[in-house]
Write a protein that binds this ligand. Structure first.
Ligand code: TXA
Ligand code: MG
Length: 316
């Protein structure tokens, strides 16, 4: 780990790490974020691994400007433009329709992506230098407090990240406010911008704290996406006759006779497996198969989150 001050040289170095698939803790005006390129599924898998999140939650994607926003989201409604004009850069996150360039791991397989344009000058300098949108949850271990100083990140994650950029104390010390825009404007997470300030701009806002970042229901959103095709976690032998209309997902090897086989990581790398998982489920779900059989992965590191996701999908 290197804790660095935001000199021009250090910012260049941190941006180069981000472009190369590294994970860098960055200051924002809300809390410190654990950032990786939002276009790089393997780098995003490392975020979950570092946080020891037992489930994959959709992450917030940070953009520098409208040009970067256009690479992340599509069909942006007028209401979003109005809110962005008033509150960006700043601690407001908008749930928008996702562009194809954003890997499914970033959004937990949802068709929407949460986006914000941060105001912190160091976060902006890193976005400008990296030239890619950055996915970043708060830079704490799962279940621990969100960090508002670089030292908090050092204490919780210092031995796990490629770099920590010190940008001083986070101004708000509270995460961004999250809004969904469709079918109506709805508060998903209370945060640094009060609802009243938002209502001054867009009129009355509904509230649905059940699904957006509520600490009592981690991973709840992930359930919005499960394949329509029945999914089973298979520990035992599956009779040959039952394989013909089904797909098999495993790490490195598959039994013979399946209609479709997808191997997530021949080398057994859980990062690569996590990065592939949602994409693979989406793709197989389009094939009208009778069933998807998945071999369990070892429940350590990212394997815990992978198995959590698979059990939710299988529970349907
Ligand atoms: O202030 C913040 O927002 C901080 C800083 C680092 O920017 N980031 C942050 O990210 O709090 P994170 O990953 O801890 O919050 C992600 C939350 C999820 O728990 C989920 O509730 C919501 O954002 N979210 C993400 N994508 C969503 C989506 N497509 N639809 C609805 N909610 C979404
Ligand atoms: Mg958090």
């Amino acid at each position: 780990m290197t804790l660095v001050s935001p000199t021009s040289e250090n910012l260049d170095r941190a941006a180069a790490l981000l472009r190369a698939g590294g994970v860098v803790a960055i200051p924002t005006e809300t809390v410190y974020g654990l950032a990786a390129s939002a276009l790089d599924a393997i780098a995003v898998a490392r975020i979950f691994e570092i946080k020891e999140r037992p489930a994959f939650d959709p992450l917030i994607v940070h953009v520098l400007d409208d040009a970067m926003l256009a690479r992340v989201a599509e069909d942006i409604p007028e209401r979003a433009r109005v809110l962005a004009a008033r509150f960006w850069p700043g601690p407001l996150t908008l749930v928008l329709r996702k562009a194809a360039s954003i890997p499914d791991l970033v959004t937990s397989g949802l068709s929407t992506v949460a986006v914000r344009m941060p105001a912190h000058p160091v976060a902006r300098a890193l976005l400008a230098r990296a030239g890619v949108p950055l996915a970043a949850p708060s830079a704490n271990r799962f279940g621990r407090l969100s960090p508002t100083r670089a030292e908090h990140v050092v204490n919780q994650l210092g031995d796990r990240v490629d770099c920590i950029v010190d940008g001083g104390r986070s101004e708000h010390g509270l995460e961004s406010t999250i809004l969904a825009l469709e079918p109506q404007v709805t508060l998903l997470r209370a945060g640094a911008i009060p609802v009243e300030a938002l209502e001054d701009v867009v009129g009355s806002i509904g509230i649905d704290l059940s699904s957006g970042g509520s600490p009592v229901a981690p991973g709840q959103l992930a359930r919005h996406y499960a394949p329509r095709t029945p999914l089973r976690i298979v520990e035992d032998f599956v009779p040959e006759a039952m394989r013909t209309g089904a797909a098999f997902i495993g790490m490195s090897q598959a039994p013979p006779g399946y209609a479709q086989v997808r191997l997530l990581s021949p080398s057994g790398d859980l990062r690569a497996a996590a990065a592939q998982l949602f994409e693979t489920l989406h793709e197989l779900d389009e094939r009208g198969l009778q069933r998807i059989d998945v071999a369990p992965v070892p429940e350590r590191g990212l394997g815990v989150a992978i198995m959590d996701r698979l059990r939710r999908a299988a529970a349907r």
